[in-house]
Design a protein around this ligand. Sequence first.
Ligand SMILES: Cc1cc2nc3c(=O)[nH]c(=O)nc-3n(C[C@H](O)[C@H](O)[C@H](O)COP(=O)(O)OP(=O)(O)OC[C@H]3O[C@@H](n4cnc5c(N)ncnc54)[C@H](O)[C@@H]3O)c2cc1C
Length: 312
Amino acid sequence: MRETLLAGGRNCRPLIAAGGLSEAFVDPALAALEARGAKVRFGARLRAIAFGETKAEALDFGDETIELKPGEGLVLAVPAWVASGLVPGISVPTEFRAIVNAHFRCSPPPDFSPITGVLGANTEWIFRFPDRLAVTISAADRLLEVPREELAEKIWREVAEIAGIAAPLPAWQIIKERRATFAATPEQNAKRPGAATRWHNLALAGDWTATGLPATIEGAIRSGNRAADVVLRGVGQDLRLDVPVEHVVRRLVGLDRPVLGKLPHLSRAVVGHARVPDLSVAHEIGEGAAGLLGRRLGVGPVHLIKIDVVGP
Ligand SMILES: Cc1cc2nc3c(=O)[nH]c(=O)nc-3n(C[C@H](O)[C@H](O)[C@H](O)COP(=O)(O)OP(=O)(O)OC[C@H]3O[C@@H](n4cnc5c(N)ncnc54)[C@H](O)[C@@H]3O)c2cc1C
């Protein structure tokens, strides 16, 4: 409500993925990952995570175990009930609501609206596509036990009347998703965790985390951005604490491969510990004098930056 209706105007504009969700979200995301050298693996179920005192240490995929090296982080973006089985001690929503989708192959009237909200019927939303009409019914638990054929007939009668189509039931598909969204109740909302966990290289993502939004694609995207921020900050600790300097620089320039070629000397870097309290006397005098001079330096204009606070 705060981010849409109360924010007014542009914030209330509904958006529809005209060519489908894959075209709008999935394909561009995969392309962006590939362009940055990431490999995406499908069909691999994470079975367990090995935890150390402060870090997630390894991922068990059954046929393969992947160790998390210093500087590597984990964003766990699985459903709430899967996350609670993988990560001990986290709070997650435990009640869910169903969504029923119905798809009808037809040529919708050209003047039929791309999105139609419906009151007083089973049908809640009708989405127009070039070759079909799609219906979404949220909190649809009451329809889960209704046979699919009966549902298709019932929903099509409503849709045909609203769209002004005088035709019998066309080719159809009904999809029932039992745990489509967490139940949007104050009790369940209070169970949504933030992105950060007690392990500094592990963050939680998913529409069920505390995004401030209901269980939506937008919430899922926001959760992913927050989890990425949390993990980057967390693995930053690794980079500061346990990694040789040449690895740090490699990681910092890791997204820009051509730069690596300019850093051959790093492979032979000798890393020492700065023991600041034990500076040599001559050095101490020099440092001290520099500090004294530094005190009178003026402070120039500063830029204000916006900081997104991420929950615990
Ligand atoms: C029928 C239906 C219609 C919807 N319509 C809309 C809509 O119109 N608009 C809207 O904004 N939202 C809609 N939603 C909600 C939207 O789909 C979700 O909010 C969004 O997909 C949540 O994204 P997510 O990344 O949190 O979780 P998911 O999309 O559920 O992704 C979790 C992933 O984790 C994988 N996984 C599970 N267990 C493991 C494991 N052990 N190891 C590895 N991977 C695992 C799953 O395979 C899945 O790919 C709809 C949802 C449903 C079910």
